[in-house]
Design a protein around this ligand. Sequence first.
Ligand code: HEM
Length: 114
Amino acid sequence: MKLKPKVEQIKAKLPELLPEITLEQVGQHDSFDDCWIIIYDRVYNVTQFLRDHPGGDDVIMDHAGRDATIAFHGTGHSRHAVELMRQFLIGELPQEQRIFRTTKHMVLSSGIPE
Ligand code: HEM
């Protein structure tokens, strides 16, 4: 059987088109009862997860309403953690506000499944 070209395999893993959410909108969700964070230009609503986070709610709250990429990456999360994230994904930054995924369909070597 012929293997799919690599680019097709990568695209198959991409999430469906996500709603665009701006930095300004994310910034309005910066409280314990309503907490959004940005990781690799994607927006996550982690409100329901805060209390369950094995690293504690405070480390996430430090980044509430803002970018948490470096903190998330720096703590070396497991594959399990990366899989958990998916259920909190609610959108992505518009192209012009992204700092990581700046080219359409670009796949980072971040270890985070695209
Ligand atoms: C949706 C976002 C996040 C998810 C799903 C998540 C999930 C997890 C999970 C499952 C663990 C247990 C260890 C592991 O499996 O890697 C963990 C640990 C940890 N997380 Fe997160 N995390 C998220 C965001 C963050 C952010 C933004 C920070 C900011 C610093 C953070 C800091 C930590 C720390 C410090 C630990 C280590 C706790 C320890 O080993 O004592 N996490 N996280």
